[in-house]
Design a protein around this ligand. Structure first.
Ligand code: PHE
Length: 354
């Protein structure tokens, strides 16, 4: 019987040499120490053998069992270590390689300009109001005193949209969504329809005109400003414009002149020019020099517009102005081609972005 035990132990030792992985090790463990394992079965015999052999045989069984157990434990640790070493070898990192750089985004000059303009208008106590890119003819034209057949409708090179609304009967034709707004003045109308004076708002957004050349893109951005109360007049308009332009161009003084002009929604209407220096080729300096540069349109809100939105034009008056954001950004940051703003060229953005 003791020979059998030695034989079993010898067999274990032979097999143990061949163990390659943990699965194999487990198979061996079960073969020797499992419920029906070779050693377990030997141990079961202890109860049945003659008392005089019991002690020696029992001790030997236990001894071999312990040996095998500790051998298995040792093999297990060795295997784990080998796996770890292998992992270290495979996953080794070359610390001399250059680091992976994180691409850092830049803020587009238009977004940057919009943020700057917002800050300035908030500081002057204006409320920011948003509108919609898709508009109806009434908000874009009629309410702003641009009746059908008025040449100004053609001037705007409007993108019209085929109407898909099912609720055609509910709305008269003009109020159906049917075009991409050609200017942000639509926001004035929406706001005045819902709110009573005093009003002091500004709006910034995309506008669309079917036009594409070096100085026009089919989509661009406008800033719109509207003040309606009982007394605001051209002097206030000029004052606010002066503060805005000084803060925007970061300049001590911005000499400007008002030229009479025409917009259907303002009366009187003005085109505003600011002083600039164009003597150096490819560069415009704002606020100095002998040249004039047209920068925006403005005027006193036409009484008809107030009446169109049910505001009492005998009691209330006000002013409005509209500016192209791209134009402001080009002047402030010396950007020469308008189309570059929307080309999506990352090199351009890296240069002009913030
Ligand atoms: N809406 C005008 C345009 O886009 C600009 C403007 C706004 C002029 C407000 C006067 C007053 O041409």
């Amino acid at each position: 019987m003791l020979d059998t035990l030695d034989f079993i132990y010898q067999e274990f030792k032979n097999l143990a040499k061949e163990i390659k992985d943990e699965k194999h090790l487990d198979e061996i463990r079960i073969r020797f120490l499992g419920k029906n394992g070779l050693i377990t079965n030997e141990a079961k015999k202890i109860a049945t053998i003659l008392p005089e052999y019991k002690k020696e045989f029992g001790a030997r069984v236990n001894q071999i069992k312990n040996e095998i157990q500790s051998n298995i434990q040792e093999i297990k640790e060795n295997l784990e270590e080998a796996i770890f070493d292998e992992k270290l070898k495979k996953e080794s990192i070359d610390v001399t390689l250059p680091g992976r750089s994180f691409g850092r985004g830049k803020i587009h000059p238009i977004s940057h300009t919009i943020n700057l303009i917002k800050d300035i208008f908030y500081s002057m106590g204006f409320e920011h109001v948003d509108g919609y890119d898709i508009e109806n003819e009434w908000n874009n034209f009629t309410a702003l005193n641009i009746p059908e057949d008025h040449p100004a409708r053609q001037m705007h090179d409007t993108f019209y949209i085929e109407n898909s609304s099912n609720n055609v009967e509910e709305l008269d034709n003009e109020k159906k969504l049917s075009l991409l707004r050609t200017h942000t003045s639509t926001v004035q109308i929406r706001h005045m329809l819902k709110n009573k004076p005093p009003l002091k708002i500004f709006s910034i957004g995309k506008v669309y005109r079917s036009d594409h050349d070096a100085t026009h893109t089919p989509m661009f951005h406008q800033l719109e400003c509207l003040v309606v109360d009982e007394k605001s007049n051209v002097v206030d308009l000029r004052g606010y414009l002066e503060i805005f332009l000084k803060l925007f161009f970061n300049s001590e003084q911005i000499p400007m002149r008002f030229r009479t002009s025409y917009f259907p929604f303002t009366e009187p209407s003005f085109e505003v020019d600011i002083k600039c220096d164009r003597s150096k080729k490819g560069e415009i300096k704002i606020g100095v020099g002998d040249d004039w540069l047209e920068i925006l349109g403005c005027g006193i809100v036409n009484k008809k517009v107030l009446e169109n939105v049910s505001i009492d034009s005998t009691k209330y008056q006000g002013f409005a102005f509209g500016v192209g954001i791209e134009r402001l950004a080009m002047l402030k940051y010396n950007i020469s081609d308008l189309r570059n703003f929307f080309d999506g060229d990352i090199r351009w953005l890296n240069h002009y972005g913030f």
